[in-house]
Ligand binder design. Structure first.
Ligand code: SF4
Ligand code: SF4
Length: 466
């Protein structure tokens, strides 16, 4: 019995197979329990995180209009993209590391597509019943009962999808403010767009597309096998033990019927969310959700056979070879992961909450003042990345006798603010040895001297005056 209910409507010569709806049967067991725990933790984090407060502010808020990203008291700016880039590299190495050890662990337990699909399938089972009832309902002609059941399911799916879209926007707009404004229908066009878009994307991907996303749209499914080796954990059917498959009574000795342990109940196919038969070998459609392990272990228990006809194993274990965890690629991935994580943590912990940018006036190279001094004009941008106001003192060095003309040497910048400070540097031409000289502008917080930045710029002037 296949897991797919096929509707053959295409032309026999067609190159395209129509999508076949999959009705995964509910499953219980050890791995199903871990998957449920994973779903609760991951969705709990997603839905609750925007409601957390930190120092009287939303703990995680990506404030795009002000180009500030608040993460538990730290403020990141677009200039801090470096940290984000390193974080992405760490995430990529973590994926390589865990894939090399345990195969498609991400796909089966933590991918958002899997997590939301699990919840949508759970809702569908609560409303429509398990697999046989869902198949029966879909085959039934439209009537009041079918309309009521389908409408209830889609209402619940849409409600969850809408709250998911709302939560997503709550990471970018303060969520308590968003809550008040949504009831007054007082959101901006982009807020409406992203709530509606994200809601429909959730509804479509988790409700309808499901395994199609994993099989046809996800690039990871295609290249993850490149990270596998013979010691990577895979989910595998023990063909030697299971074959020849065939039905038998519980108290019958399979040896007398020349049968293996597989009773050909097809439950492993019926629970598979991608509709494949693991008994045909490792397939790229397998997302390693372990549902087939759980259900087959249940069958083995009922039959009084040893568990593990379908189980986690490795290619080397299958061939009776020694399994090695500490392979060169694992050591390389683990070392890179550890070093980058320590480096990023250290860089963030010791990050100076101050950014200084200096731009020379590009309209002219230099001016000559009435008193015969050479003058260069600059615009200094001071970004206070801290959560508190700071006073900064600005000094210039690099050329003998250089004077700095500035509105005030002590500058106050509010928390998380950007201040533009125009300033001019003046030098006696007899102190200039070159056409272009490096000068240093130093910005030091007067209330915390550890918060300091020294930026280099150029002072341009005439030559041959000495
Ligand atoms: S669940 Fe186990 S016994 Fe049943 S068909 Fe699958 S492999 Fe065979
Ligand atoms: S074959 Fe088994 S582990 Fe793979 S997707 Fe299907 S049920 Fe999940």
């Amino acid at each position: 019995m296949a897991n797919k209910e096929t509707k053959k409507t295409e032309h026999p010569d067609s190159l395209y197979a129509s999508a076949e709806k999959i009705y995964p049967r509910a499953v219980s067991g050890l791995f199903a329990m871990w998957r449920s725990i994973g779903v609760v933790i991951l969705l709990g984090i997603y839905y609750l995180a925007p409601w957390l407060e930190w120092a009287d502010r939303q703990a995680i808020l990506f404030d795009l209009p002000n180009r500030k990203f608040h993460v538990f008291g730290l403020i990141f700016w677009p200039q801090d993209f470096f940290y984000f880039a390193v974080l992405l590299i760490i995430a990529a190495f973590a994926l390589f590391f865990f894939t090399a050890i345990a195969g498609r662990l991400w796909c089966g337990y933590a991918c958002p597509q899997t997590v939301w699909t699990e919840v949508f399938m759970w809702i569908a089972r609560k409303v429509e019943g398990d697999r046989p009832k869902q198949i029966k309902l879909d085959k039934m002609p439209w009537n009041a009962y079918k309309i009521r059941i389908k409408a209830t399911k889609h209402f619940l799916w849409l409600a969850l999808a809408a709250y998911t879209g709302f939560t997503f926007v709550g990471y970018f707009t303060p969520i308590d403010e968003l809550t008040l404004r949504i009831f007054d229908l007082d959101l901006g066009p982009w807020e409406w767009f992203w709530i509606v878009f994200y809601s429909f994307a959730t509804w479509g991907n988790a409700g309808f597309m499901r395994e199609q996303v994993c099989i046809y749209m996800c690039p990871y499914a295609r290249f993850q096998s490149a990270m596998f080796d013979n010691d990577t954990l895979i989910i595998s059917y023990n063909e030697e033990r299971g074959e020849p498959r065939g039905s038998r009574k519980r108290n019958e000795d399979p040896a007398t019927k020349n049968l293996g342990s597989c009773i050909d109940c097809t439950l492993c196919v019926q629970v598979c969310p991608t509709g494949i038969d693991i008994r045909n070998g490792l397939q790229y459609q397998c997302i390693a959700c372990s549902a087939c392990i759980d259900v087959c272990d249940g069958v083995m228990d009922k039959m009084g056979y040893e568990r593990g006809l379908i189980k986690y194993t490795t290619e080397n274990a299958r061939q009776g070879k020694v399994v090695s965890l500490f392979r060169p690629r694992i050591i390389v991935y683990a070392s890179a992961l550890l070093l980058m994580t320590i480096g990023l943590t250290y860089a963030i912990a010791t990050r100076i909450p101050l950014e200084v940018d200096i731009i020379r006036d590009r309209t002219r190279l230099f001016n000559e003042t009435d008193t015969g001094l050479i003058e260069n004009i600059y615009s200094m941008q001071i970004i206070n990345k801290d959560e508190q106001v700071h006073q900064y003192q600005i000094t210039a060095s690099g050329i003998n006798g250089m004077k700095m003309i500035i509105k005030s040497i002590d500058i106050e910048v509010a928390a998380g603010e950007v201040l533009d400070v125009p300033l001019r540097l003046q030098v006696d031409p007899y102190d200039l040895k070159k056409r272009s000289t490096e000068v240093m502008l130093s910005v030091v917080s007067t209330d915390n001297p550890d918060i300091r930045m020294i930026e280099a710029t150029r002072f341009l002037g005439p030559t041959g005056r000495r």
